[in-house]
Design a binder for this molecule. Structure first.
Ligand code: RUB
Length: 279
């Protein structure tokens, strides 16, 4: 009986690990939440190492699993929702009626906050990117549309066009980006975020990072390089074409107007001071 239960736990653990690795479970928050659950099934150093290795650019995953060593899984897990609830209320205050909000990839912190604002009666629309090569933008578009938010999706290479496009006399009013890692020099988020930062400055559009403060890391993080088959699945044999597939990119802090975390809406430099004090 005990052996059967252990086998069942191992099966669930391995399925979660596989889904995180192949990005079926994606986004810093979902990865950390599911990994915490997997760890609770089979705690210990081996599990910790295995889970952390799955997505190398994820301090939230590392921070949560380190806290999980205390074994207080429920308390740690409750942080995800309490932080999101605070973030939702703060983002609600940021959005004005008639705005066009721009976002990239799929961030639960961003999507949930937008859906909350819509539910609470804010009228706005969203432009988003498709996010090659794995198309996480489609997930964002579907979730927002389901919540009744008007969504317009663009290919990634239309970033400049979509950020300067004038629609009925209006253009993008704010950019909301999620984050994988909150670092001293800026934020690591889905590749493309660095370009969006530069375009935000050129087009004078305020850029806000929306993220759980537990994504902070005092140390630099490795940028994950993913399998080239994601970019070109059936690349001709002997083509001798080299493909690089970096998953993330630095968004320099100079491009961030404010960061919204459960600690408040702050300038990035103030956030760094607050989070250091807390840690
Ligand atoms: C997802 C991504 C998201 C952040 C924040 O990349 O870059 O913006 O992870 O997400 P990937 P969240 O799809 O490669 O995991 O707000 O959900 O934590």
């Amino acid at each position: 009986m005990e052996k059967k239960r252990l086998l069942e736990k191992k099966k669930i653990f391995n399925k979660i690990a596989k889904d995180i690795k192949n990005v079926k479970i994606q986004g810093a928050r979902n990865i950390a939440k599911k990994a915490l659950y997997a760890y609770s099934l089979i705690p210990g150093e081996v599990s910790l190492k295995k889970l952390i290795s799955l997505r190398p650019t994820e301090p939230l995953l590392v921070n949560v699993l380190k806290k999980a060593k205390t074994g207080n899984f429920e308390k740690i897990s409750s942080h995800f929702d309490s932080a999101q609830n605070e973030i939702n209320k703060l983002v609600f205050k940021l959005i004005g009626n008639g705005e066009i909000i721009y976002t990239h990839c799929h961030s639960t912190n961003v999507a949930n906050a937008l859906i909350y604002a819509k539910k609470k009666g804010k009228r706005f629309e969203v432009y988003n990117t498709e996010t090659r090569p794995l198309f996480q933008g489609r997930k964002t578009a579907k979730e927002l549309r389901k919540a009744g938010i008007k969504v317009t999706m663009f290919v990634d290479s239309a970033m400049d066009i979509s950020l300067s496009k004038i629609e009925r006399g209006r253009k993008v009013t704010k950019i909301f980006l999620g984050a994988d890692a909150l670092l001293k020099k800026g934020v690591i988020n889905k590749v493309g975020s660095g370009v969006i930062g530069k375009l935000s400055k050129m087009n004078k559009i305020p850029l806000y990072v929306i993220a759980d403060s537990w994504k902070y890391s005092a140390n630099p993080v490795k940028i994950e390089e993913r399998d080239f088959h994601e970019v070109w699945g059936k690349i001709p044999k002997n083509s001798r074409i080299k493909i690089e597939n970096p998953a993330f990119e630095l968004l320099k802090k100079k491009y961030i107007k404010k960061i919204v975390t459960e600690l408040g809406i702050m300038k990035y430099s103030k956030f760094l001071k607050s989070v250091k004090k807390k840690n």
